[in-house]
Design a protein around this ligand. Sequence first.
Ligand code: NAG
Ligand code: NAG
Ligand code: FE2
Length: 424
Amino acid sequence: MATHGLLLVLIFSSVGWSVSYQRPPAREILSVPLSDDADGLTPQQVHISLVGSDKMRVTWITEDDAPSTVDYGTSSGSYSHTASGSTSSYSYLLYDSGRIHDVIIGPLNPNSIYYYRCGSNPTREFSFKTPPAQLPIKLAVIGDLGQTGWTNSTLQHLTESNYDTLLLPGDLSYADFYQPLWDSFGRLVEPLASTRPWMVTQGNHEIEKIPILEPSSFKAYNARWRMPYDMSSSDSNLYYSFDVAGGAVHVLMLGSYTDFDSGSAQYKWLVGDLAKVNRKKTPWLLALVHAPWYNSNDDHQGEGEDMRKSMEDLLYKAKVDVVFAGHVHAYERFDRVYNNKKDGCGPVYITIGDGGNREGLATEYLDPQPVISLFREASFGHGQFSVVNATHAQWSWHRNDDDEQVIADQIWLTSLVSQSAACG
Ligand SMILES: *[C@@H]1O[C@H](CO)[C@@H](O)[C@H](O)[C@H]1NC(C)=O
Ligand SMILES: *[C@@H]1O[C@H](CO)[C@@H](O)[C@H](O)[C@H]1NC(C)=O
Ligand SMILES: [Fe+2]
């Protein structure tokens, strides 16, 4: 029986996709313009992110000077509270950004809908739902998003999932030095990113460093996608951690493109952050990186290896449950792994770099498939991690079959701390 099952899995994973699903060609870049009735004061590219357990950062851009204030409340059109924040901007080559507004609002009640407007601008009202303060919680996971017709298809599917918080393991806009594409990306994701918190970490496409002309890395990324790094005692927007579900889930957002060796600031921060996690209160521990530590795709082979060698022991000893990565434009799920071998007390490794960017899919794989690689497929799609309770979570990968979403991989995971007899 077991042999038959294995055989079926092998047949399905090696030829199944080419028979069952013919991949359509790449789709064009979507450049999302400002709406016709917008003016220099219209808030655009609105997105929100978590700040601590009960606050939210609201980020948006205006072409002209406008107040950095957010009016908010629990019923539409009536704003009982106002908060103010700050404005910044940046230049990149010949490009000047708009005014980037950053306002933290709260305290907010969990699992509640808030209505808000930015800069007291009456033309656009937004709303979001705060995540629940306990389990269950549904996390959406998507990497290497870009801005093509496929991205749009992925975003439609994400909308239908009604997730609580989104995790993005790097490579957002694929602006690739051309800054107006950051603005276009902001407009493309606004319908989702203004309604649920988006928590991101950086990919290689965020670096955008040009020798002599633009010597500092992550200029646009850090200006536009500020994350709550200071809340977790990090001094860099490139790595931080946060809690959701009242601390039942702790998420490490690691930086693949900043120093990670054992003498680095990131490494020291990670050691300190893990020491603060109380696994009695936090049954689920997740990590995100951009370049995968385990990868059986031909693309980007070995690129995560230095970081794995530096940090894998820390994550293993801390009993991290799942490590999500992007970078490779395909989906792959590994077994629980430590040091290249199956290990029941190691994290599950998942590559979800298949959001829909313009570089297309990574279709070539190492042959034979390593035994620790349980499922791999080069299709666009997104993932959902539904943490049901302290012991059980369900992971599903939703493939874009043209514009339909199909669950192509689904498993139940048991938290490592609930297996303390086995994992000590
Ligand atoms: C994204 O897809 C939706 C639904 O198919 C469509 O209405 C919308 O216009 C698309 N967005 C863009 C920017 O093309
Ligand atoms: C946790 O959820 C799983 C899956 O739904 C269920 O089988 C299990 O009984 C739940 N555990 C508790 C303690 O409720
Ligand atoms: Fe990448």
